[in-house]
Design a protein around this ligand. Structure first.
Ligand SMILES: *Cc1c(COP(=O)(O)O)cnc(C)c1O
Length: 389
């Protein structure tokens, strides 16, 4: 049989996570590749899901999501960022942030349109843009002063008459950058000047370090009306398997996203929605403790990676550190990451797979630190025992 996969999805074969996790399983390596926590979320949230299931809440929730979760999301945006969304018309529950991004892109852009995204980007962005028939135009984040950022002129030049939307992920996976007020203001001004929509991925909104503040792009002048804000419970409550996310936007944008979303999944699972509503309303102290512990784990991993010779960029948020291999005498992250499990017993992810042109990210790999301290220590000990340099 000839290749059954449609042309626009070729090149999106197996994700790097599947390949690296299979390598981890085959070699017994410690998996610092995929970003999922190895400890459970808050007891109160887990209990709520069990109670919902045992209490018979097992049939289709309403299309836009359970009212209790839409209300909790609206209350959270108001309390945390001073932003007001009507839970009836301006909040939509989705199957994780991933579905929200896909539905937003499929609803808002199409063939002939261009979508700008900061590169490296979360792998689903390119696939969703490809499905929509639009073209993804990358603007590269590069190291400057120890963190990854963009050149505002390069961003301006990326906008063409065909540009319809810009995808903004902050806190940023995999770079760990939390965009500053100034960076976000530059993006906002451009969106307003050129009439662009913004789609934001804020799944790490709580997981920021060293007193850095996460600011929603929608809170900048002229942005509320043109921004689809996306977040999710997976990272905030260490329940990445629950796939419960949401969209906040003005009613016409939410209606557009819902129109697509209803035919992708119709609705997300109900029990998780009740549990996440409880979490948003009652578990902020738990999330603050998670944030604090992640910051300590970040420092632990960075110290270990630096001691074996990586150049590490200290992330301002997320689960991940970017490491430059060149001080170790390597310059191909893909070859490096494929050899590391066998050689040293540790799995990382080659960041080049998150670039439109892998050459631009060739010398970086990503390590996850959302793991128990003893797991991080064991990985560092293995790296020290058989140094990759
Ligand atoms: C983990 C992650 C997601 C996925 O969120 P889900 O709610 O599990 O779909 C989306 N965006 C980024 C940047 C992520 O790191």
């Amino acid at each position: 049989m000839s290749e059954p996969l449609v042309g626009r999805m070729r090149g999106f074969g197996t994700t790097i996570f599947a390949e690296m996790s299979a390598l981890a399983a085959a070699t017994g390596a410690i998996n610092l590749g995929q970003g999922f926590p190895d400890e459970d979320g808050p007891r109160g949230v887990l209990r709520r899901a069990v109670e919902a299931i045992e209490g018979g809440r097992n049939q289709y929730p309403p299309g836009p999501g359970l009212p209790v979760l839409r209300e909790a999301v609206a209350a959270q945006r108001l309390a945390r960022y001073g932003q007001s969304y009507d839970p009836e018309t301006e909040v939509l529950v989705t199957v994780g942030a991933t579905e929200a991004v896909a539905a937003a892109i499929l609803a808002l852009v199409g063939p002939g349109d261009e979508v700008i995204a900061f590169e490296p980007f979360y792998d689903s962005y390119a696939a969703s843009v490809a499905l929509s028939g639009a073209t993804l135009c990358p603007v590269t984040l590069r190291p400057e002063g120890g963190r990854f950022t963009f050149d505002p002129d390069e961003l301006r030049r990326a906008v063409t008459p065909r540009t319809r939307a810009i995808l903004v992920n902050s806190p940023h996976n995999p770079c760990g950058t939390v965009f500053t007020r100034q960076e976000l203001a530059a993006i906002a001004e451009l969106c307003v000047d050129r009439g662009l929509l913004a789609i934001t991925d804020e799944v790490y909104e709580y997981l920021v370090f060293d007193g850095v503040e996460h600011l929603p792009l929608a809170s900048f002048p002229g942005m509320r009306e043109r921004t689809v804000t996306i977040s999710s419970a997976g990272k905030t409550f260490s329940v990445t398997g629950w796939k419960t996310g949401w969209v906040c936007a003005p009613a016409p944008l939410v209606a557009a996203v819902r129109t697509v979303k209803q035919f992708l999944t119709y609705v997300g699972a109900g029990p998780w929605q009740e549990a996440v509503a409880h979490g948003l309303a009652h578990e902020t102290a738990w999330v603050e403790e998670l944030r604090r512990s992640l910051q300590a784990k970040r420092d632990r991993l960075i110290e270990g990676l630096e001691s074996v010779g990586f150049q590490v960029f200290r992330p301002e948020g997320t689960y991940f550190v970017q490491a430059d291999l060149r001080p170790l005498g390597h310059d191909d992250g893909l070859a490096f990451a494929r050899a590391l499990p066998e050689r040293t017993g540790v799995v990382c992810v080659p960041t080049q797979v998150f670039y439109a042109d892998p050459a631009r990210g060739r010398h970086y790999v990503r390590f996850a630190f959302c793991k128990r301290a003893e797991v991080i220590d064991a990985a560092v000990a293995r790296l020290k025992g058989s140094p990759p340099g």
